[in-house]
Design a protein around this ligand. Structure first.
Ligand code: UDP
Length: 242
């Protein structure tokens, strides 16, 4: 598999264009190359405009995938036809395909409320029993976090999914990825909640029509303030001349 992918700028941030993101990452893993993956959406783009630390992390990520409908909309405006690839689907593809390369891989889930990661890992254990998943919830004291870092150093899992929400998870990965330099690190937002069954993903019709954000707003109305970033992004996308 090709070890380079095309990069296209979205409001000054990179988005990698590929029709096989999991294949690209697993091929890097096979070569001993670690990867930090950012799953970019419009909300995150607008946050990055205000927070240079987040922008720098996105700029230096090894892979930035088009997670949100806004990113796909922007790319289409610029003549790039690419399908949306949500982070949760990337994580699921990696879990499903990892055994092709590693017969008994090790995976780490960090984040979510206490109990959520365990329930999520049980869901996966039923599907692929050969994958060993270790979990840690995302509400740790300083001492517990130090212990977590030790565990990661010893385990060197092939996949490390961090679900602390944006931008906390991106900051955490950037600060700690040196602990496991050969792993695939992905910020997965609320994916553990979905695998655990404590939250639901939008029905397929919403996902297929780039309206997952609308379903989320209906499920979690408190998100309205954060989602004001979406019309701002659309406005910028239309007027930006990159
Ligand atoms: N979370 C966590 N520790 C924290 C704050 C949040 O583990 O200190 C978890 C939270 O329990 C949830 C996830 O981070 O599982 C955030 O999910 P959300 O869907 O809000 O992510 P985003 O929309 O930011 O990608």
């Amino acid at each position: 598999m090709n070890t380079t992918v095309q990069v296209f700028p979205v409001l000054g941030l990179p988005v990698h264009l590929s029709d096989n993101y999991p294949g690209y990452l697993l091929s890097r893993l096979n070569q001993g190359l670690g990867s930090h993956v950012v799953t970019l959406n419009a909300e995150m783009c607008m946050q990055a405009e205000k927070t240079s630390r987040l922008a720098n992390i996105i700029n230096s990520a090894d892979l930035v995938i088009p997670d949100g409908a806004g990113i796909v909309f922007y790319l289409r405006l610029k003549g790039k036809k690419i399908k949306r690839f949500p982070g949760i689907e990337l994580a699921e593809s990696l879990l499903s395909q990892i055994t092709t390369f590693y017969p008994s891989p090790s995976v780490f889930f960090f984040g979510g409320a206490p109990g959520v990661g365990i329930a999520a890992s049980e869901t996966w254990h039923h599907k692929i029993p050969e994958v060993a998943i270790v979990c840690q919830h995302g509400y740790l004291s300083g001492d517990e976090e130090t212990q977590l870092k030790e565990t990661l150093k010893q385990l060197q899992p092939q996949l490390i999914f961090v679900g602390l929400g944006v931008p906390r998870q991106e900051f955490w990965i950037a600060e700690n990825k040196h602990l496991c330099p050969h792993s695939i690190w992905v910020g997965v937002g609320g994916s553990f909640d979905i695998w655990a069954g404590t939250k639901e993903r939008a029905p397929a019709w919403f996902c297929d029509n780039n309206l997952e954000w609308l379903y989320r707003l209906y499920q979690e109305p408190w998100r309205w303030r954060r989602m004001l970033a979406l019309p701002q992004f659309a406005w910028k996308a239309i007027w930006h001349r990159a």
